[in-house]
Design a protein. Structure first.
Ligand code: PEP
Length: 248
C-alpha cells in the first residue's frame, strides 16, 4: 500500500486546516488501499483530526514529541497529549529536528521508545547531509541513525515503524535524489530492517517531491511512498501529487 504523507511544518493553523480538508477531500475521494497521513503543527492536530474524521484512509500525526510522559518541558508535547488530540503517529528525527534543534541519535531512540509505548506509530526520518554524501558516507550515516533509533526494539516493535529516507540536501531545496539514488539507499535500509524483524516496514522517500517527479519515484519498487513538505501545503497541488503518485 502506497503512503502519501504531508509534513506541514510551521504552516496551516486550525481554520486553514479545515479549509484544506474540505477542498482536498473533494478532489481525492477514499480509495481501497489508500493511506494518507497529515502532520500538522501541534496546534492544528485536533482540527485536522476532526476535519478528516469521516475518512478512514486518512490519519493525523504529530511532527514531534518529548520522550517524557509529563513534566516541566515548556513548549513540548507528550505522546499522551498528541494522542488525546487525535494523533495516531509521530514524525521522529526529521532533519530539521536533528540539524536545527540539535537532536541526537539518542534523543530519537528515546522518542521511538516513547511513541511505541504510548501506542502510536513512529515515522522515523533518516538522511545524510550534502558533505556526507560527497564524502561517500551516505550509507554509514543512514545505517547509524537507523540502528541508534531502533536500539532495544523487539521484532514486533520494529514492525510498527515507518521509515522516511530524506537526504538533508534535498529537503526544501528543489533538488531531489534520482530514483536510482533513492532506491539504492532504500535497499540498504531494507536490509537493516529485515535483520531486525521489520521486513515489511514501509520506506518512504522525501526531499523536494512534487507533481513532476512523484511518478518516477513511485515507479521504483523500493519506494513505498513519499513524505512531502512544500508541495503538500496547497490542497490542489497535494491532490495532484497523490493522484499522480497512485497512477504508477
Ligand atoms: C520534509 O519536510 O520532510 C520535506 C521532504 O520537505 P520538502 O518536500 O519541502 O523538501
Amino acid at each position: 500500500m502506497a503512503i502519501f504523507a504531508a509534513n506541514w511544518k510551521m504552516h496551516l493553523g486550525p481554520s486553514e486546516v479545515r479549509q484544506f480538508a474540505q477542498r482536498f477531500s473533494a478532489k481525492v475521494p477514499p480509495r481501497p488501499g489508500q493511506r494518507l497521513v497529515f502532520f500538522p503543527s501541534a496546534v492544528s492536530v485536533e482540527a485536522a483530526t476532526e476535519a478528516f474524521a469521516a475518512r478512514t484512509d486518512i490519519e493525523i500525526g504529530c511532527q514531534d514529541v518529548h520522550w517524557e510522559p509529563k513534566g516541566a518541558f515548556t513548549g513540548a508535547t507528550s505522546v499522551a497529549l498528541a494522542a488525546s488530540a487525535g494523533a495516531r503517529c509521530v514524525l521522529i528525527g526529521h532533519s530539521e529536528r536533528r540539524h536545527v534543534f540539535g537532536e541526537s541519535d539518542e534523543d530519537t531512540r528515546r522518542k521511538v521508545r516513547a511513541v511505541l509505548d504510548g501506542g502510536l506509530d513512529p515515522f522515523l526520518c533518516v538522511g545524510e547531509k550534502l558533505e556526507q554524501r560527497e564524502a561517500g558516507e551516505t550509507e554509514r550515516v543512514v545505517v547509524r541513525q537507523l540502528e541508534a533509533a531502533c536500539d532495544g526494539l523487539s521484532p514486533a516493535e520494529a514492525g510498527r515503524l515507518v521509515i522516511a529516507y530524506e537526504p538533508v540536501w534535498a529537503i526544501g531545496t528543489g533538488r531531489n535524489a534520482t530514483p536510482d539514488d533513492a532506491a539504492a539507499v532504500h535497499r540498504t535500509i531494507r536490509s537493516v530492517l529485515t535483520a531486525r524483524g521489520g521486513e515489511s516496514v514501509p520506506i518512504l522517500y522525501g526531499g523536494s517531491v512534487n507533481q513532476k517527479n512523484v511518478q518516477a519515484l513511485m515507479a521504483r519498487p523500493e519506494i513505498d511512498g513519499v513524505l512531502v513538505g512544500g508541495a503538500s501545503l496547497d490542497p490542489d497541488g497535494w491532490a495532484e501529487v497523490v493522484t499522480f503518485g497512485q497512477a504508477v
